[in-house]
Design a protein around this ligand. Sequence first.
Ligand SMILES: [Zn+2]
Length: 239
Amino acid sequence: MKKIFLSIVLCFSMLLFFDNASAQRDWRNTDKDRNVAAEIDSITKGGYTLIWINKDPDFNQDIKKRLIDTYFITYPQLAKDFNRATLKSVTFVIDPEYKGVAATSGGVIRYNPEWFVKNPSDIDVVTHEVMHVIQSYPHRAGPGWLTEGVADYVRFKYGVANEETNWSLTEFNEKQSYENSYRITARFLHWVVTHHDKKFVKKLDHALREGKYDEDFWVKRTGSTVDQLWEEYSKNPII
Ligand SMILES: [Zn+2]
């Protein structure tokens, strides 16, 4: 493992290898002004690379190890199960300037270090975010709630520490809709897989990536519309 501390100016040359052009530009502008030092590692295992850029000098080393380990457990597995043509290299950026939990753009995932101070075992944020790399759906391939529902379904199925951090699918209640996204949609997808079509999420993910998804997809795979399925789910939401 190569470990170097460099000024961010040198980071820019690393950034040339980033997969996403707009992400490169954002970083360059942000950091040029602040001249922040960053820790950079590049790790390759089994044909997959992780570039680690850490801009938080206080970031916990155990959490760093767990995030990296989780990448090498879940990303190759998800590539195998969902999209073998996915990127071979992903970049993690630990960024104190970023105020959400995590966000993925192309092959670059930004994480808010503060989140892991407050939620040190929420390691499967990695599993959710690397699924977004695998998804790489074209613009307007489908609704956003489906993209996030699939990513949380994958976290539920492939996560390495969900129990430890007390993360689970949201229990059904009658105020919900399949468009609620994240864990609510994920639970509905899991129900469709369990009750109707074992390959549903796999086929759904593929159709979205190929730009072949529309509302008829639900009918073709299950014989029912999404609204009919939700109706059925709401009457018997057992998974
Ligand atoms: Zn997401």
